[in-house]
Write a protein that binds this ligand. Structure first.
Ligand SMILES: Cc1ncc(COP(=O)(O)O)c(C=O)c1O
Length: 418
């Protein structure tokens, strides 16, 4: 049945209408790289929309929820009103209907393609954020609350996971970077692991501190398994999934909006959860029902599906990694080449290509830096409240032009504050 016309139906149905400019941004003639809406009239052509990320007038450096790919947002805009001619919004559909069934199946198969996920791993689309996995992991992988586990803590998120695990197992803190303000990752053979540990937990990329594992430790015990919180570098590069027992990630950084957490778990680890495990935290509940035990976060899963398609269209994670390395490389080079004006405290070998924290040597200028950047259309650059300074989150969907514009602004700001 055709949708009834409303005064706003044209706006709702036409994904290609020019976007309104949210901010009255004025181009700064002092630096040359600009985002499209700042300097030119918004385009109405589909090609221009697809080719000009950033044409909403800003570059969003938020750590999550974070910027999403423009083509994905435009596709979602159309499906939001009338999903592929069904007469229903993607948000209005039953999770048991045929349309959503194909959405979730396609999302899973595209993710399997992207990460080459072996068949002996299940992919679950869950709720509760990565924070819920801090409890779900020990509940599913330990047979009782007295089982020992190892935690290697390289930032605040790993520390939160360690603390939550204390309720459900006996976690052992085998290394913590806290005394060095989470700027390092130790060499793995320096770390004494517990040979009886059921698993070794790491946070693959610490979002607040900008520290990323470049390779992964092997658990000392051959029956033990490696568990990784990959929330902030999920699908930013290829990963050998077979090295892990469980990978989990909140979607809202690299692959979608908030509301869905993806868990990739080796199938033989499913089905031995502790008796106290709530049904919603038991991986078996969700593996047995293909993530449809109860109402799933349908819209968030649909959005992840669009992002996975978009990543595949760009050549998959090998290509994505190259793009990310380029963006991060030029930003870190600018910081390191600033003669100490900008400082990144993280040891070079473990710097994150996703979250780039930096401070100003003249810390009294940081507030001004953030305010001026925001006026120029570069928003959400304030560092996490626990560390201060600035943080540029440059996930997959941040275009190179956004990083180039930030760099041009940083150079100009430095020149104006000798
Ligand atoms: C690495 C990491 N782990 C866990 C979390 C918590 O995720 P959620 O808010 O989805 O529970 C975050 C959130 O930013 C994160 O960056």
């Amino acid at each position: 049945m055709a949708a009834a016309a409303t005064p706003n139906s044209f706006l709702l149905q036409n994904p290609l209408r020019p976007s309104p400019k949210p901010l009255a941004l004025r181009p700064n003639p002092r630096f040359s790289v600009s985002c499209a809406a700042v300097t030119s009239a918004p385009s109405t052509s589909p090609a221009a929309h697809a080719a000009a990320p950033g044409d909403r007038g800003i570059f969003n450096f938020a750590p999550g929820p974070a910027t999403l790919p423009e083509p994905v947002l435009l596709k979602a805009q159309a499906d939001l009103y009338n999903y592929r001619g069904s007469g229903m919004s993607i948000m209005e559909m039953s999770h048991r209907g045929k349309e959503f069934d194909s959405v979730i199946k396609k999302a899973e198969s595209d993710l399997r393609l992207l990460l080459s996920i072996p068949d002996d791993f299940a992919v679950l689309f869950l709720q509760g954020g990565a924070t819920t996995q801090f409890a779900a992991v020990p509940l599913n992988l330990c047979s009782s609350t007295s089982d020992p586990t190892d935690y290697l803590v390289t930032g605040s998120w790993g520390d939160k996971a360690f603390k939550e695990a204390q309720k459900f197992c006996k976690p052992n803190l085998i290394w913590s970077g806290k005394s060095e303000k989470y700027t390092k990752i130790p060499s793995f053979d320096e770390i004494p692991q517990n040979p009886d540990a059921k698993y070794l937990h790491i946070c693959a990329n610490e979002t607040i501190h900008g520290v990323e594992f470049k390779d992964y430790p092997m658990p000392a015990n051959k029956n033990s398994i490696l568990i990784a919180d990959m929330s902030s570098n999920f699908c930013s590069k290829p990963v050998d999934v077979s090295k892990f027992g469980v990978i989990y990630a909140g979607a809202q950084k690299n692959v979608g909006p908030s509301g869905v957490t993806i868990v990739i778990v080796r199938r033989d680890l499913i089905g031995s959860a502790q008796e106290i495990t709530p049904v919603m935290l038991d991986y078996k509940t969700h593996a047995d029902s293909a993530s449809l035990y109860n109402t799933p976060p349908c819209f968030a899963i649909y959005m992840c599906g669009l992002v996975f398609e978009h990543l595949l269209e760009q050549g998959g994670l090998v290509e994505i990694e190259k793009k990310n390395a380029k963006k991060a490389g030029i930003l870190y080079d600018t910081i390191d080449g600033s003669g100490g004006f900008y400082v990144c405290p993280v040891e070079k070998s473990v710097r994150s290509p996703m979250n780039v924290p930096f401070t100003l040597q003249k810390s009294e200028l940081e507030k001004k830096f953030i305010e001026e950047a925001s006026k120029e259309g570069m928003v959400q650059l304030k560092g996490h409240r626990s560390v201060g300074g600035m943080r540029a989150s440059i996930y997959n969907a941040m275009p190179l032009a956004g990083v180039e514009k930030l760099i041009a602004f940083m150079k100009d700001f430095q020149a104006r504050h000798p």
